[in-house]
Unconditional design. Structure first.
Length: 319
């Protein structure tokens, strides 16, 4: 068995659902242009960090000198018993990935174990760098190049078997490994994600405008959300799943099978009035192991007020 095969076997043993390997060369010209055009047209909104370290984001070797390979892993996060939208008065919806423990720590811990394993069997001194979301790296483009899936019209990585609900992690390494090939698949004949987007962030021309995205607005956006967009957020308190839930590949995908990845079944819907009553200390305690803390309490309360206003208006129309 080759070193690459040993690494893949160990990654699956550690609880990942997918693992493939690509080289550490820069992204091709087409992928680089997609990213630079997205930034140039202002579609990144207030995410100024996306403009920084663009050379590193498009070239793994800029993050680790003499890098030769990138090991890309995927973790399925489709929740058990995923439910359709509710019509309750007092609760706001939370995106699927935020119903689990903070995936950054979960994935990094297992990637460190994978590095330890590689060091124990390779017999040579190699360097490694772990990346999970927060590092300046074009993760989805690398995952597609490694053969984990393809980039869909919802701009998510879609695996034909596991669908689009996949969390990614990478190990950049100076170890030379056998590479995998991209898969041949796409969603060219389907527009369900575009039709499902509540705010029009997934544009008909194929662009993704984060300025209009309910997930971006509820998590990243600072200040008061413009009224026309706030009205479209509905009862989404943190994030939005519409473009992945509409994906045909998601419909038959299996639920997350990793029982070590802690799932909180009481986080799918949160009581909006309880959120408004939280102190900073209570917020930090309640969401200490959750990505929900990323928004901060002030933004979460802002979102709760929007949800309450939208639910009240919806109920008036339905009465």
């Amino acid at each position: 068995m080759s070193l690459a095969q040993d690494i893949k076997r160990k990654a699956i043993e550690l609880g990942f659902d997918l693992v493939s390997i690509t080289d550490a060369r820069p992204l091709d010209a087409e992928q680089t242009k997609i990213l630079t055009d997205w930034l140039k047209y202002g579609f990144a909104g207030q995410m100024s960090y996306m403009h920084r370290n663009l050379d590193k984001r498009t070239n793994p070797a800029k993050l680790l000198e003499n890098a030769k390979s990138v090991i890309v892993v995927g973790l399925n996060y489709k929740p058990p018993g995923q439910k359709p939208p509710h019509t309750r008065m007092r609760t706001g919806r939370v995106a699927s990935y935020a119903q689990y423990e903070d995936y950054h720590f979960f994935i990094k811990k297992r990637l460190r174990k994978l590095i330890d394993f590689i060091g124990s069997i390779s017999g040579t001194s190699q360097k490694f760098k772990i990346c999970v979301d927060s590092a300046p790296l074009a993760e989805r483009a690398l995952a597609a190049r490694a053969g984990l899936g393809f980039i869909g019209k919802n701009h998510m990585l879609i695996n034909p078997t596991l669908g689009p609900q996949i969390l990614l992690g990478e190990i950049i390494t100076t170890t030379k490994l056998q590479f995998d090939e991209p898969i041949i698949a796409n969603c060219s004949g389907c527009n369900k994600c575009i039709e499902a987007c509540p705010t029009g962030a997934l544009r008909a021309d194929g662009q993704f405008d984060a300025n209009m995205c309910a997930s971006y607005l509820t998590i990243e956006y600072k200040g008061q959300i413009p009224t026309d967009l706030a009205d479209k957020i509905g009862d989404r308190l943190f994030g939005c799943d519409e473009c992945v839930l509409a994906c045909p590949y998601q419909q038959n995908a299996p639920v997350c099978k990793n029982k070590q990845f802690k799932f909180y079944d009481n986080r799918a819907e949160l009581n909006l009035h309880e959120i408004l009553g939280l102190t900073e200390e209570q917020f930090e305690t309640r969401f200490a192991d959750s990505v929900i803390k990323r928004s901060g309490l002030d933004r979460l309360k802002r979102n709760a007020k929007i949800c309450i206003a939208n639910i009240t208006e919806r109920n008036k129309k339905n009465s």
